[in-house]
Design a protein around this ligand. Structure first.
Ligand code: SAM
Length: 275
């Protein structure tokens, strides 16, 4: 269910509570009443942000090791492809959103060089702390900032590249986040969205088996957290497929949007340009 669906109050009491007609149109009331999905559960929008935060606080310390285990290292190839497509040059300004432990951020920073400006940002402090420490250990000192992709604290037309890897799926208002990403891009700048996507038909059954049986089991063994990895599997199924995400990026005003399926659509990289 999306954010602008109004649900009728169920009892006379709640009707009275929300009766003034102008309140029906109030953004605040609609926001309070809106439901969204958290994996397969329907939850109030305000709850989703909290639940997503709990997932990433819980997995932060084991996030990198789990990534390697559960994707058998494939996430490194998908990120390498993303880095190549980004075409970062010395001096570029780059914003990595939902950057977490900073795999892309670090690679972008190396390419943008000392004349560039690369931001390591995420809504979750635990993920950012792990990423910041990893980068310091690699000799990289970058601006690290807690920020919500739906309200970016950057001026219009500022960045040459904006990226979001495996983050969009967790956001409550994806349209808003995409519009913000476009806003902060310079004309001619590129948005790169790397995300899990819809896997090719013949692989669906084994992929489901892996996602719903093996992933939570791995999560339990490695991170002592089966629930977060069950959420991962569910959130992937709830995320828009390749064509839908392409249309969403176009609706957000991005142009020349194209996508590349990676590993038969297990992941996809969408690229769009702000003209
Ligand atoms: C699966 S991790 C991805 C980390 C990193 N980009 C990578 O590819 O390894 C997803 C990240 O999205 C972040 N996230 C979720 N909602 C967000 C939002 N509204 N704004 C910014 N980051 C968000 C989470 O905190 C989490 O760190």
């Amino acid at each position: 269910m999306n954010g602008d669906i109004w649900q009728e109050p169920r009892s006379r009491h709640s009707l009275r509570l929300y009766n003034p007609p102008q309140l029906y149109k109030s953004h605040k009331v609609l926001h309070i009443m809106s439901q969204t999905h958290f994996g397969y559960q329907q939850v109030p929008e305000s709850q989703k942000v909290k639940k997503v935060a709990e997932v990433f606080h819980s997995v932060a310390a084991k996030y990198d090791v789990m990534n390697d285990f559960m994707s058998a290292g494939l996430h490194r190839l998908w990120k390498a492809f993303t880095i190549a497509q980004a075409g970062i040059r010395p001096g570029f300004r780059v914003l990595d959103i939902a950057a977490g432990t900073g795999d892309l951020t670090a690679a972008f920073a190396k390419r943008a060089g000392s004349s560039g400006e690369v931001w390591h940002t995420d809504i979750n402090e635990s993920m950012l702390r792990v990423g910041r420490d990893r980068m310091i250990n690699k000799g990289l000192l970058l601006p690290t900032l807690i920020c919500d992709a739906e309200k970016l604290p950057f001026p219009d037309n500022y960045f040459d590249r904006v990226s979001v890897a495996f983050g969009l799926r967790n956001m409550t208002h994806k349209e808003l986040a995409l519009a913000e990403m476009r806003r902060v891009l310079k004309p001619g700048g590129k948005l790169l969205v790397l995300e899990f996507s819809k896997v090719a038909e013949p692989l669906q059954k084994p992929y489901d088996l892996y996602s719903f049986k093996v992933l939570p089991w791995l999560g339990k063994q490695i991170a002592d957290d089966a629930d977060s990895y069950r959420y991962l599997a569910e959130s992937i199924r709830m995320h828009p497929d390749q064509e839908t995400l392409k249309a969403m990026m176009q609706d957000a005003g991005l142009e020349r949007v194209e996508y590349f399926n990676l590993t038969a659509g297990v992941a996809a990289l969408h690229v769009g340009v702000k003209l």
